[in-house]
Design a protein around this ligand. Structure first.
Ligand SMILES: Cc1ncc(COP(=O)(O)O)c(C=O)c1O
Length: 439
């Protein structure tokens, strides 16, 4: 009997899910190890999306499991307001050392959404502390995803995530997104065309005046709206315009962090463009324990260290900020990445992964394939009812033992960085066979 059948199904309201559809035909995971989940019927399911873009080192890694077990038995909780514990300082130091440039100061939180809202609040406060209190406007980007807090959805650019929730934050604006199928379809790696889309920021500055703008937030590679790698030169142009107008640049590296793009830990370093604030989450603890962070550069941090030493410098934080178990998981995760050279591994595997992804070019329904590092997006032609084809591919893949993500009509593949070549083959061959089956 499936573990689903003897439970009250209505109690758990599943997030970002079609609850009624799910309950009619559930997909249930009961354990995970390495590259594989196991479902409630005992079948292995190859993890093609690192859980939810987070399990970069693969599942149930012994070092991380042991660190979590040891910590929960030693220091189950410790407050972080006006109190410290050694692992909080160690985890922050380790993360700051991994981050490029002068991104040296870490404000921990519990998710990517909280990291985005934390970064946006720091940006507004930074300007106010420096005597530029009119700089409150926040600029995001169409198709951007920065989680589900009010800050994140206000700068986010996914209409479906915004339209139910009223007027959101006032004082936001959006850059155009960078997807251009007409010029860039089937690009391998970064698209050649589109750097000039960053110049839209100049138009936004002209419209609102730089003196009202606090920050621009973008994902270096937009993941959740279907894998949009940045056009060559685009991020550098954004950086230059922000610097010119005294606007803080925030990179949301919740997906792109921890080797996902291959090579350095973060996209900022990979593309040689360093933001003033960077957010991360997910791979920070290998998905084991909820944790996020806003990593702040020296000059931003210093602005908060000018008042009386007895004053609280940033009135912000969460009960679970720097939770001991999350810190232990983060330290063990960073150790695992380093010992196994997983970011370099992702870089070495990425040409093979790219080849396997683009082999699907002539499959039915495919209108674009995009990739960078160990991420690929396969865009399908929508049916009359949008998203239903991608959903069907996702569901059939699960029944065939491969877990994918889909968003809109785009399949997203982002496996743990420990994946082997034969597993890459299996993921893309499974998708290809399903694309030939579905209408
Ligand atoms: C770029 C980005 N920012 C923020 C988030 C939100 O993270 P969380 O779901 O941990 O709140 C996500 C989640 O996918 C993300 O991709």
């Amino acid at each position: 009997m499936s573990s689903f059948s003897n439970t009250n199904h209505d109690a758990f309201w599943m997030p970002f899910s079609a609850n009624r559809q799910f309950r009619a035909d559930p997909r249930m995971l009961v354990s995970a190890k390495g590259m594989y989940y196991r479902d409630d019927a005992g079948h292995d399911v190859l993890d093609g999306c690192a859980g939810l873009w987070c399990v970069n080192a693969g599942h149930s890694r012994p070092r991380i499991v042991e660190a979590v077990q040891k910590t929960v038995a030693t220091l189950d909780f410790a407050p972080a307001f006006q109190m410290g514990h050694p692992m909080a300082f160690e985890a922050a130091d380790r993360l700051a050392k991994l981050a490029p440039g002068s991104l040296n100061h870490v404000m921990f939180c519990n998710s990517g959404s909280e990291a985005a809202d934390t970064a946006l609040k720091i940006a507004i406060a930074y300007h106010r502390l420096r005597g530029e209190g009119a700089r409150t406007r926040l600029i995001g980007r169409e198709r951007g995803y920065h989680g589900v807090g009010f800050g994140g959805i206000s700068v986010g650019g996914i209409s479906g995530n915004r339209k139910l929730y009223g007027s959101l934050l006032t004082g936001t604006d959006h850059l155009p997104h960078t997807l251009d199928l007409r010029r860039n379809a089937f690009t391998r790696g970064l698209p050649e065309h589109g750097a000039e889309l960053a110049d839209a920021l100049e138009r936004i500055v002209t419209l609102h005046d730089a003196s009202t703008i606090a920050a621009v937030i973008v994902e270096p590679m937009a993941g959740s709206t279907g894998v949009l790698p940045p056009p060559v030169g685009y991020l550098k142009r954004l950086r230059d315009i922000c610097t010119k107008h005294g606007i803080l640049l925030i990179f949301d590296e919740v997906i792109t962090g921890f080797g996902r793009l291959g090579g350095p830990a973060f996209a900022a370093e990979k593309y040689g463009v360093i933001p003033d604030i960077m957010t991360c989450a997910k791979g920070l603890t290998n998905g084991t324990v909820p944790m996020g962070a806003a990593i702040v550069s020296d000059h931003v941090f210093e602005a908060f260290m000018q008042g009386p030493e007895t004053a609280i410098d940033l009135p912000h934080g969460y009960t679970y900020t720097a939770h001991p178990i999350a810190c232990a998981a983060a330290i063990a995760t960073l150790d695992t990445y380093a010992e196994e050279h997983l970011f370099e591994r992702a870089e070495i595997l990425s040409p093979y992964f790219e080849e396997a992804a683009h082999a699907l070019r002539d499959c039915p329904h495919v209108v674009d394939i995009r990739n960078v590092g160990l991420v690929a997006g396969i865009e399908l032609e929508p049916r009359n009812a949008p998203t239903t084809r991608a959903y069907e591919v996702f569901d059939r893949a699960f029944r065939k033992g491969v877990l994918l993500r889909y968003t809109g009509d785009i399949l997203a593949i982002s496996p743990p960085l420990i994946i082997e070549k034969h597993e890459i083959d299996r993921i893309f061959e499974t998708i290809a066979s399903i694309l030939r089956e579905v209408a």
